[in-house]
Ligand binder design. Structure first.
Ligand SMILES: [Ca+2]
Length: 382
């Protein structure tokens, strides 16, 4: 065993954070790891196929690189195998995850994985995890890991931080390079997980016209930039803008009710790339839940109040819907007050129900996004 090999075993070695959490130790508080941004355990495909978006590339020498069944006692059922078949030259191959990951939403990113020896020998094989922020044109080596020891005993878990500043890079690609000089040697790699905590938080992330949301994050710049819904005609007006927080108001929304990624374009420094909050903002149709009173006199009609969520700040319309002699008929109720809390979306509409023949009527709330029926029926009493 060479010196590099020994040092790597001491510095790294298996860690227990993820294992402790998965064991469900209920007797004490377990620090759960952050949810994975992306993960792969190589278990879902049959040899010699690779999981979706993975490819294996021979870079030099005669190293064969492929995935196989149960290659290691400690890695059930499958893992990715780098195995040198060739000879004595330095064989090199790469396993690459071919879909760029939008990492602008995360910070404190860590690439975690397990590595195992494949076959017996004294000298170490090497594994290099690589990352790219330019769609794989150039790669940066995170670490050169010497892997040694008996294959069934030496399971090593690595948790590598991304280079400084890379947790805010717009896109990230991940690859692993196996390097080996001896035929029949190699390594297997399993349970690759990219973790990180949310770098940007949108609150609230659902609303309508007039919703005031706060975006918490980093590197927004000192001067107001622009905020947009991706793929939708919407207006979002910044009310406050600091390097770490933006308060903005959704002043115009697209119709239909859908979720849109939110794009933040800092103004400073010039050339700062736009970042996306992919989880996005949901534009909701009105959600009317309560009607009071539930009955009014047929001869006079009367004032009614409708409560619910996401009615929007801009005044919409309230209708009665019923089956009349000419089929489904709408009758307007004049709205006298239309209010939505800009943060919670809690909404109240006051309106006047006109005189109508006795019977049951459905009340409909409509705004620029869409319309919805109040579940309570309005009864006109004789
Ligand atoms: Ca596996």
């Amino acid at each position: 065993m060479n010196r590099m090999c020994w040092a790597a075993s001491v510095v790294f070695g298996i860690t227990s954070v993820a294992l402790a959490a998965s064991l469900g130790d209920s007797g004490r508080t377990v620090q759960l790891p952050p949810p994975p941004i992306w993960s792969e355990n190589f278990d879902s495909v049959e040899d010699p196929a690779l999981p979706p978006f993975w490819s294996s590339i021979r870079e030099s020498g005669a190293m064969a690189v492929w995935r196989t069944q149960s290659p290691h006692l400690n890695s059930a059922p499958n893992s990715f195998v780098f195995r040198a078949d060739g000879g004595t030259t330095e064989d090199q191959a790469r396993a690459q995850y071919g879909v760029a990951i939008n990492t602008a939403e995360y910070q404190g990113m860590q690439l975690q994985f397990y590595v195992f020896r494949y076959n017996f020998a004294t000298e170490g094989t090497r594994l290099q995890p690589l990352v790219s922020d330019d769609f794989g044109r150039t790669w940066q080596v995170l670490e050169t890991i010497e892997i040694c020891g008996a294959p069934s005993l030496d399971v090593q878990h690595y948790s590598l931080a991304l280079p400084a500043g890379w947790d805010y890079t717009p896109w990230l690609s991940v690859a692993f390079r196996g390097i080996n000089g001896t035929s029949g040697l190699g390594m297997t790699m399993d349970s690759v997980v990219l973790t990180g905590t949310a770098a940007q938080v949108l609150n609230p992330s659902i609303g309508s016209t007039g919703t005031r949301m706060t975006i918490t994050g980093r590197k927004f710049g000192a001067k107001s930039g622009k905020i947009a819904f991706v793929g939708a005609k919407a207006s979002v007006k910044a009310l406050e803008w600091t390097d770490t927080q933006i308060v903005c108001e959704v002043s115009k929304v697209p119709a239909g009710g859908a979720t849109y990624a939110v794009a933040i374009q800092p103004a400073l420094p010039k050339g700062t790339p736009q970042t996306l909050i992919v989880s996005g903002f949901t534009v909701s149709v009105p959600v009317p839940t309560l009607l009071s009173p539930s009955d009014v006199p047929s001869a006079t009609g009367g004032a009614i109040t409708i409560q619910g969520n996401y009615f929007g700040a801009k005044r919409g319309k309230v209708f009665l819907r019923y089956s009349g002699p000419k089929g489904v008929t709408l009758k307007a109720c004049k709205a006298t007050s239309w209010v939505m809390d800009p943060t919670t979306g809690v909404s109240t509409v006051l309106c006047t129900a006109p005189p109508m023949p006795a019977g049951d009527y459905t009340v409909v709330v409509e705004n620029a996004v869409g319309s919805a029926d109040v579940s309570d029926i309005l009864t006109y009493t004789p």
